[in-house]
Design a protein around this ligand. Structure first.
Ligand code: C5P
Length: 223
């Protein structure tokens, strides 16, 4: 089917931030809006894919065309939902800004202020994308790398270390693009090629990226 080229292909997408509880009322979070992931999920649906979206808390309306929407809060919840579904997916797209660390032992009750300083012990969260890519029969994997400097070097490192099929890198922390912005620029790298898009609306970027993803996925299937 020419205009639904991803028909029959199942894609698992993670999006948004995670929230790591400190106590029942507080959490550690980040500035991810979920916009890039939601736009990409939408663009993949437009191309005929069966999309399951696992999302951390986002204020955005979820893309209406997704086959399944799974709402999570913490990295551990996202990890569980993804690992359960990843054996059945053809493509895994990790746009979520997963917290690298979580409070080791969230307090059962609201932490009261008393001392002048408070120390919170953090432990590492599982790397969801790396774990999916390390499965015995991994899906086609697309990761994202949000970097404040040395974007290309960091992205190539992640492509290699996490054994991904493709990585989309962008510069964050500047005044335009990235977190909390509706525009972004991307450098996409895979083994044997790369493509770069200048600053443009995330919705347009998502359409272009979905098309490239489809191309690279087809190339891997043919190999
Ligand atoms: O290593 P870094 O966190 O920069 O890698 C970013 C990529 O890895 C993103 O695609 C992100 O969704 C994914 N990731 C993940 N689980 C983590 C950390 C990152 O899936 N715990």
């Amino acid at each position: 089917n020419a205009d639904r080229p991803l028909r029959g292909v199942s894609v698992l997408v993670t999006a948004g931030p995670t929230r790591e509880p400190l106590d029942p009322v507080r959490y550690l979070g980040n500035r991810s809006s979920g916009r890039m992931g939601y736009a990409l999920a939408e663009a993949l649906c437009e191309r005929g894919a069966q999309v399951v979206l696992v999302t951390g808390p986002s204020a955005l309306p979820p893309p209406p065309a997704v086959a399944e929407l799974v709402r999570v809060e913490t990295a551990l919840q996202m990890h569980a939902e993804v690992m359960r579904r990843s054996p059945a997916c053809d493509i895994f797209v990790a746009t979520a800004a997963v917290a690298d660390y979580r409070p080791a032992a969230p307090a059962g009750q609201k932490i009261k202020k008393s001392a002048d300083a408070l120390t919170v012990h953090l432990v590492r969260n599982p790397d969801i994308l790396a774990e999916v890519a390390a499965l015995p029969r991994p899906p086609f994997t697309l990761g994202f790398a949000a970097e404040t400097h040395d974007v290309e070097t960091a992205a190539r490192g992640k492509l290699r270390d996490k054994r991904l099929d493709m990585i989309a890198a962008n510069h964050v922390g500047g005044t335009v693009g990235g977190f909390e912005h509706s525009e972004n620029a991307l450098l996409v790298i895979w083994n044997g090629g790369q493509r770069e898009w200048p600053m443009m609306p995330k919705v347009e970027l998502a359409r272009a990226l979905a098309m490239l993803l489809e191309e690279r996925y087809a190339a891997r299937q043919a190999a």
